[in-house]
Ligand binder design. Structure first.
Ligand code: GLU
Length: 438
């Protein structure tokens, strides 16, 4: 089984989504199940409703899961395994207070050495503290594993000191709960962010102490850098999946982009389904990749071109397929840009402002009366572009630019843009709505 294990503590970051996509693809390739495991161990940081939000994003991206679990459902199992480890002398109760540990940490910092927990501290404060935490015993040997992206990784035993597996409030820590759940759900391959590299040996320790022998494969994804080359933080708005969706990027374009980041792909523009055919995690570059908004915009434009008018109508929330068709003809990189262009067409026209530094208000007014007259008196929905234009020219007496600029402004709300002829096929259906002044 593969899994994606989001914490419901914040917005879904594109790095999380990337891990979800890769786990999903590998599950499909191996014909294994795909589990979503909500890692809600950190009750103080859990945000109510985030789990649902994450699930609806995954759904929108077509990352459909076979199983859904909440880590907190397994807390009693986690506690049981901790007791087993205590009985086997592979874990122990630790009565150290926070103040004591902070003091030790400060000491280590002053002496410029890494802080390491010493097992002999465990019971020094037994009288002061009622509820102990449980720590798993540090590893006596180095632990190494082969990362599918980064290659061989070796962690020295001195970095693997005894760590807390059950907090004093009885809640398991992330490393312990995660290691156990990966066992309980028979996880075969884990793709996650590289911030977890140092957690992997700790989780492997838990498996080893419990005699769990299954060899799990690991791939840790390089971090995504912002366009400024610095680590993309939650504060970079483009790092939030919801923000990108709000900006009018299509899920299929975001998927395409995240799969192609730092990757060699046989095609430039592809779907998630196609990627399942050829995706290989080994091709993902080891080095961090920069988020490239221009590239995402390019891919979005390509995916917009693949939509038909009914898909546009659905995405824009309109019933009328002609509006979907009009949307499809627009030159734009995001759905929001298309919305803005359609808005300009349908909004009452502002003719009293300058267009390209010129005042067209007089000719606009003149032409407007003529166009309204045609709409009110003739069967305009059947007219083709040439017919409508000739009639408007003739009736208004305007010519050249003095005709074309106002004509375009009144029809589209803009003095430049697409050829009018191809869009007129759809525009004509709405002339009565379009021809309004502000
Ligand atoms: N809850 C962890 C996170 O969101 C999961 C890491 C993992 O996949 O094990 O970063």
């Amino acid at each position: 089984m593969l899994r994606f294990a989001p914490s419901p503590t914040g917005d879904m970051h594109i790095g999380n989504l990337r891990a979800a996509i890769f786990n999903y693809i590998i599950a499909k390739q191996r014909n294994e199940r795909f589990l979503i495991r909500i890692e809600d161990t950190d009750s103080a940081r859990n945000i109510q409703g985030k789990d649902k939000e994450i699930l609806s994003i995954l759904n929108l991206f077509g990352l459909l899961w076979d199983d859904l679990a909440y880590q907190s459902e397994n807390f009693s199992k986690h506690r049981h395994f901790a007791e087993v480890l205590v009985q086997q002398n592979k874990a122990f109760y630790c009565y150290c207070t926070k103040e004591f540990l902070d003091k030790k940490r400060d000491e280590a910092a002053r002496e410029k050495r890494a802080f390491r927990y010493m097992d002999e501290w465990a019971e020094l404060q037994k009288n002061e503290k009622k509820q102990p935490a449980i720590r798993i015993k540090g590893s006596a040997k180095n632990i190494s594993f082969k990362d599918e992206i980064k290659g061989e990784i070796n962690i020295e035993s001195n970095e693997l000191d005894s760590f807390v597996i059950i907090r004093e409030d009885g809640i398991p820590t992330y490393n312990f709960a995660c290691a156990l759940d990966d066992m309980i759900y028979d996880i075969s391959f884990i793709v996650r962010g590289e911030d977890h590299v140092s957690n992997t040996p700790k989780q492997m320790m838990v498996h080893e102490y419990l005699g769990y022998e299954k060899k799990i494969q690991y791939a840790h994804l390089p971090i995504i850098l912002g366009e400024d080359g610095k680590k993309m933080s939650k504060r970079d708005s483009s790092s939030s999946v919801s923000y990108l969706l709000e900006q009018g990027f299509l899920p299929q374009a975001i998927v395409n982009y995240l799969i192609s980041m730092g990757n060699k792909t046989p095609l430039e523009v592809f779907t998630l389904k196609e990627a399942i055919e050829w995706f290989d995690i080994k091709n993902i570059a080891k080095s961090p990749v920069k988020f490239d908004l221009a590239r995402l915009r390019f891919l979005n434009r390509e995916h917009l071109k693949r939509l038909d008018e009914s898909e546009f109508a659905l995405l824009l929330g309109v019933q009328d397929l002609s509006i979907g068709a009009l949307a499809k003809l627009q030159e734009a990189s995001t759905l929001n840009e298309i919305r803005e262009k359609l808005d300009l067409i349908f909004k009452p026209k502002d003719i009293n402002r300058l267009y390209e530094n010129e005042d067209f208000s007089a000719s606009c007014n003149q032409l407007f009366l003529v166009l309204r007259q045609i709409v009110e008196q003739m069967d305009y929905k059947k007219m083709d572009y040439a017919e409508f234009k000739e009639l408007a020219m003739q009736k208004s007496g305007l010519k050249g630019k003095a005709f074309f600029k106002p004509f375009r402004i009144l029809l589209t709300g803009s003095s430049s843009g697409l050829e009018l002829e191809p869009i007129f096929v759809y525009l004509r259906l709405f002339l009565n709505e379009i021809l309004k002044l502000k």
